[in-house]
Write a protein that binds this ligand. Sequence first.
Ligand SMILES: NC(=O)c1ccc[n+]([C@@H]2O[C@H](COP(=O)([O-])OP(=O)(O)OC[C@H]3O[C@@H](n4cnc5c(N)ncnc54)[C@H](OP(=O)(O)O)[C@@H]3O)[C@@H](O)[C@H]2O)c1
Length: 293
Amino acid sequence: MTENYRQLAGKSVVITGATSGIGLAAAIRFTQDGAFVIGVGRSAARIDQATETIKAANPNSQVVFLLADLGDQDQVHELGDQIRAALNQYGYHHLDVLINNAGVYLEKKHITADGIEMTFAVNHLAQFILSHELFAFLQRSKSGRILTVTSYSHRITPLMLKRITNPYPYISFLAYKRSKLCNILFTYEFNHRFTSVEAFAVDPGLVNTRLVSKGDQGLFAWFGRRRILKGTSTDVPVTTLLFLSREDKIDTSNGYYFKGCQPQTPSSKARRRDLALDLWGLSSQLTGISCDE
Ligand SMILES: NC(=O)c1ccc[n+]([C@@H]2O[C@H](COP(=O)([O-])OP(=O)(O)OC[C@H]3O[C@@H](n4cnc5c(N)ncnc54)[C@H](OP(=O)(O)O)[C@@H]3O)[C@@H](O)[C@H]2O)c1
């Protein structure tokens, strides 16, 4: 039994987007190290494949998958119910770590059934809803944490909240960058409001995954695909996710934005309280969630 194994045994971890890329790599590593993992995916076939891959890496893996389209707010609320039920069923009456990892890059504008541009809906609003759905369970952990996977690309990005639900013109890479800025603003505002659960934003660096190869193709996706090939292996961000999940106490004197297991300084815009408050207000309005500790 390794040191790491002991540190994650008995911990419960939810990972969204656990069917590919960083999320799947994290699910493999966290289960190998003894955690009970609830993975979330949007396709039954890819869930089956991911389960097989995780079990092949470690037949004793404690993993269950739940199906939800995070672009649909009703499904995110139902997912919250299902996660709580699964935690209770497997004897975990708390949640140690929520990893908000699922994300999309969309070359063309898509509007969800809730009438919201999909990049913003999946990359930010779903995480906002799920974090609140699971808040009470996170509070019951000795050190409940929310890790939200953001990106270096949050820098030099206009936020434009007035048009964020239906941006016009739609520019794919700006929609993506904006959503990643929202991840950090959410994290900082969460920590302003709550003390019983800590939130961190994780910058994975450039990682070789299929993020920009999915869905519509176009000029920006073509550049993105070529660029991402130069990325690191998924092991690199997983190391930071592990660090933030298993350390008893994280030194947050330098903030909550981490890369390579170290705190980094996000853009000045990502640290603006006025923007964080405006985003929180809009997110509450769009999801119907109002929250206090
Ligand atoms: N790769 C990089 O260089 C990089 C850099 C910075 C930040 N990130 C961030 O890292 C996170 C993971 O991305 P990745 O690179 O690992 O890409 P990925 O392999 O495409 O993983 C994205 C995951 O999200 C899931 N997903 C997408 N839309 C969903 C929806 N509507 N409902 C439920 N699940 C959904 C995907 O499911 P499917 O398997 O069904 O597609 C997949 O499991 C994202 O938040 C991304 O923004 C990545």
